[in-house]
Design a binder for this molecule. Sequence first.
Ligand code: V47
Ligand code: SF4
Length: 374
Amino acid sequence: MIELIRQSDVGDILLKALDGDRLTFEDGARLFQSNDFHAIGWAADQIRRQKHGVNTYYIANRHINYTDICKNRCQFCAFSRSEGEPGAYVLTVDEIIEKSRDLWAELRFSELHIVGGLHPTLPFSYYIEMLSALKSEFPAVHLQAFTAVEIAHLADIAKLSVSGCLSELRDAGLGSLPGGGAEVFAERVRESVCPEKMSGAEWLKVMREAHKLGVRSNATMLYGHIETPEEKVDHLLRLRELQDETNGFLCFIPLRFHPENTRLAYLARPTSGIEDLKTISISRLMLDNFPHIKVFWIMLGVKTAQVALSYGADDFDGTVVEEKITHRAGAATPQGLAVSDIRRLIEEAGLKPIERDTLYQEVKRAGSRLPAVS
Ligand code: V47
Ligand code: SF4
């Protein structure tokens, strides 16, 4: 295999990564320009094995999108609606509890993953009541809720500082932040595809505040639209820099853009399997200080997500149960996967499935009963 690396047009970079040396901006840009995805993938798999061996993580979780009403209306988003538009909804706190109860008996999920649009008029008390009610109904469940973009919006409506807002949410039951809203940090990209959204620097600032308070988070990158290879590398390096400072990121998740029903549908070029795998592998190679690279199979597709476990990813998210953001943008994946299916997909890749909680602690279940999603 080392011969494969030596013959590669990016062999020098891959050997450097395998030696434990940090990759530079130029290295990242060359990796994205190379078509040698086998060699890149093999090197990323080696690094993944150095960090985790064959251990491959998954989580029993449930996603909840509490509202699709959003004042930002990003160009790439098919999920959001304006108030009064057909399909616009807000779940009441009772409905959120009801939804969570739905599969609780079967799934016994360890995490609720809660994100929504930036609702212009919902009061701060709605969010506090949501977390408190969920925490009292499911005390052992980790609430991973509200992207950095939502946190800044909530701080605004509550007239609190970001850190004051995070503290109140944490007191009400918030466990950690999901990684959404990062998109691509480059100003050129944001001005074009999400001009209303906070800047990349502001996103990083919210995450810094969260990490300083001990609130961990994920990080994402939405790829496959108008971004250049250099802009992707810049994104990864800005995340790596913050991680050096705080060590607060749990994992990185590349999100594959789905163009259908969005104002970027004219791009009509869904990413190729090779682009997807290369993005996973390069993320693993560049983000040397991120413990985990996660595949969100809902966006990647089950088959590519399975293969990605041999191209640098070590985490397969998750049972999910219900998902709207990608499905409104034309995703053909199911809404959820049973734990038995996830375990089979991991085992077929020659890897060892390990159920984890949000903070990557192993979940031990009494007996052999496996949670299922129908
Ligand atoms: O910020 C919006 C993305 C994100 C589309 O932290 C789209 O574990 C694809 O961040 N095609 C929200 N993506 C979801 C998210 C997420 C998902 C799974 C796991 C985690 C995690 C976080 O969804 C948005 C945006 O980047 N998005 N529209 C679209 N058409
Ligand atoms: Fe709103 Fe998020 Fe959709 Fe942008 S991606 S329009 S912020 S829900």
